[in-house]
Design a protein around this ligand. Structure first.
Ligand code: ADP
Ligand code: MG
Length: 483
C-alpha cells in the first residue's frame, strides 16, 4: 500500500528528491591550507584564498578529492576520472570571492544507488544522480551587535560534497530513511561526520505532489533543513500546502522555501533561480581534475566495511534477526561495542543485552554508546558469569544495575555482595524441604490437582534464598519433591 495524502479531490501521491550538503572530513579546506575545526574563534581559520583576495590561486586538496571518491564508491556510483570546476557567480555578504567554485557540468561522481530500510521491514532502492565537490560559504552573524552584522569566514572554502538524489522517494518515512542511510554510510566511510546540529550535513528538500498515475508536477525546494525529523515534517507540510494550492484551482510555482520549525509550515524565500542566472563558466584558475583509475582502485581496496555488508555479516555469523542487525549497525560505535561483547559468546544473548539493558541504561543516564555507562569488556564479563552459572539471568540484571551505578566490574560486585547463585543441589533441597513443610496445606492442594500452585512454591523458595537459587535447579528439585 503506497503512501498518499487525502485531499478534497481524493488521494495525492508525494514525490521527493533530496540535495544533501555534506561537509568533507579533512584537516584543510578544498583549495587552501586553512584549518577546518568546528567551533574555532571567528575568522581564525581563514587564508587569503578563503577571504577572496585578488590574485590568490586555489590549489586542490588531494585528501578532499579522495574523500569524494570514497563516498562515490560507498554509494555504488560511477567515478569520473575527468571532472571540472566551474564558477557559480552570485553576490552574498558571506561569499567574498563573488562566486562559488563548484562542479556543474562535470561532477566527479555520477549515478549511483543506495538501499533504504523501511519500518515494515521492506527495502527500496533510491537513485543517486550525482555527487560534486564545492566550496562552502562563510557565515553571517546577526546576533553579535544591535545594529551591525558580522562575517565569520572560518567556513568559507571548506569542502562540501553535494549529493543529489533522484526524485525516488514517496513518503516522509522514505525521505527520513534515505537521510538516515546516507548519513550512516558517510559516517562509516569517515568522509563526513554527519553532525546535523553543527551543520556538517544539511538537506534541501524538493517536494511535489501528483495524482496517482500522473507524470511529475512542479516542485518546490525547501532549503537547509538541519535534522532528519525536520526533513520529514517539511515534506509533509509542503505537500499539504501544494495540495491546497492545486485543489483551490491555483498553480504551484517553482520556488525556494524555508521550513519554519516552530510553526511547522514552509514559507516562500525567493522564486527559483535557474542555472543561467549563475553565469556558470569553467574556473580559469583550475585545470580539469584528472585522476587515475589505479588510485581509485587503491581507495576502493582500502574502504572500510559498509553498513549493508556489516548487517549481512551479523545475520550470517551471529545469527541475529535482520531487524536486530539493522539496529546494531546503525551507528558504527554501537556495532563495535556489540562485536566486542558478542565475539566468542552467545551472540543472540549479547544482542538482547546491548539493545535492551544497555540502551535503557544509556537513556537513563543520558550518556552515549561512545561513552557508555558500562564498558563492552564489563558487559562481556557479565555474560561470562551467566555462562559459567555464577549468575542467573535475574541476578545478572541486579549486578548490571550496580555496574551502571558504580562503574565497577561484575566479578567485583558478585564477590562484594555475595550475589553468586546457589547451584548446590543439597542446599536447594534443604530450603525446599523447609518451604514444603511450612505450607503443608498448599502441598496437599497441589497434589490433588491444583497445579497452578507450582509457581507459588518457586516464589517461596526463591524468596527464602534471596533470589540466589539457580532457577532451573529450583524447578527440578521442586518437581521431584512434589511428585
Ligand atoms: P536543479 O538543478 O534546478 O536543482 P535538479 O534537476 O538538479 O534541479 O533537481 C534537484 C532535485 O530535485 C533532485 O534531488 C531531484 O530529485 C529533485 N526533483 C526533480 N524533479 C522533482 C519533482 N517533480 N518533484 C520532486 N523532486 C524533484
Ligand atoms: Mg540543485
Amino acid at each position: 500500500m503506497s503512501y498518499t495524502i487525502d485531499g478534497e479531490t481524493g488521494a495525492w501521491e508525494l514525490v521527493i528528491g533530496l540535495e544533501v550538503h555534506a561537509q568533507v572530513v579533512s584537516n584543510a579546506k578544498l583549495f587552501s591550507g586553512a584549518a577546518t575545526a568546528f567551533g574555532a574563534e571567528p575568522n581564525s581559520q581563514v587564508s587569503f584564498i578563503d577571504a577572496g583576495f585578488p590574485g590568490m590561486l586555489p590549489v586542490i586538496n588531494r585528501e578532499c578529492v579522495a574523500q569524494a571518491v570514497r563516498t562515490g564508491l560507498g554509494l555504488n556510483a560511477q567515478v569520473n576520472l575527468w571532472s571540472r570546476f566551474d564558477r557559480k557567480n552570485y553576490f552574498y555578504a558571506d561569499l567574498p570571492q563573488g562566486y562559488q567554485i563548484s562542479q556543474y557540468a562535470h561532477p566527479i561522481i555520477g549515478e549511483g544507488k543506495i538501499e533504504i530500510e523501511l519500518q515494515d521491514g521492506s527495502t527500496k532502492t533510491i537513485g543517486i544522480t550525482r555527487l560534486h565537490l564545492e566550496q562552502d560559504a562563510g557565515k553571517s552573524l546577526h546576533d553579535q551587535h544591535p545594529t551591525k552584522s558580522f562575517i565569520d569566514l572560518n567556513r568559507s572554502g571548506v569542502a562540501l560534497m553535494e549529493i543529489v538524489s533522484e526524485p525516488d522517494m514517496r513518503s516522509p518515512e522514505e525521505a527520513g530513511a534515505y537521510l538516515t542511510k546516507l548519513r550512516q554510510i558517510l559516517r562509516y566511510l569517515g568522509t563526513c561526520d554527519g553532525n546535523m546540529e553543527e551543520g556538517s550535513m544539511r538537506a534541501d528538500v524538493n517536494v511535489s505532489v501528483r495524482k496517482p498515475g500522473e507524470g511529475y508536477r512542479t516542485r518546490c525546494e525547501v532549503k537547509n533543513v538541519n535534522s532528519i525529523r525536520f526533513v520529514m515534517q517539511a515534506v509533509e507540510a509542503e505537500a499539504r500546502r501544494q495540495i491546497e494550492v492545486w485543489e483551490s484551482g491555483g498553480t504551484v510555482e517553482q520556488e525556494t522555501r524555508l521550513f519554519d520549525t516552530g510553526r511547522g509550515v514552509t514559507r516562500s524565500m525567493r522564486s527559483k533561480e535557474d542555472a543561467h542566472d549563475y553565469r556558470y563558466f569553467p574556473d580559469p584558475d583550475l585545470p580539469p581534475l584528472v585522476i587515475e583509475q589505479s588510485w581509485v582502485d587503491q581507495l576502493k581496496a582500502a574502504l572500510p566495511e559498509l553498513p549493508d555488508q556489516r548487517r549481512a555479516r551479523y545475520v550470517r555469523d551471529y545469527g541475529v534477526t535482520p531487524y536486530d542487525a539493522h539496529v546494531l549497525t546503525l551507528e558504527k560505535e554501537t556495532a563495535a561495542y556489540y562485536e566486542a561483547v558478542a565475539r566468542g559468546r552467545d551472540a543472540k544473548l549479547a544482542a538482547n543485552w546491548v539493545m535492551g539493558d544497555l540502551f535503557a541504561a544509556i537513556n537513563r543516564t543520558k550518556t552515549s554508546i561512545a561513552e557508555p555507562p558500562v564498558s563492552a569488556a564489563d558487559l562481556g564479563a557479565l555474560l561470562d558469569l551467566m555462562a559459567d552459572n555464577t549468575l542467573s539471568g535475574k541476578l545478572a540484571k541486579e549486578v548490571f544495575e550496580v555496574m551502571v551505578e558504580t562503574g565497577r566490574a561484575p566479578g567485583t560486585i558478585v564477590e562484594e555482595r555475595g550475589l553468586r547463585q546457589v547451584t548446590d543441589t543439597g542446599a536447594i533441597e534443604a530450603v525446599v524441604d523447609g518451604v514444603l513443610a511450612a505450607n503443608a496445606d498448599k502441598v496437599a492442594e497441589f497434589r490433588s490437582g491444583k497445579e497452578k500452585l507450582f509457581g507459588f512454591f518457586v516464589g517461596q523458595t526463591m524468596k527464602a534464598m534471596q533470589g540466589k537459587g539457580n532457577p532451573a535447579l529450583v524447578n527440578e528439585v521442586l518437581k521431584k519433591k512434589l511428585a
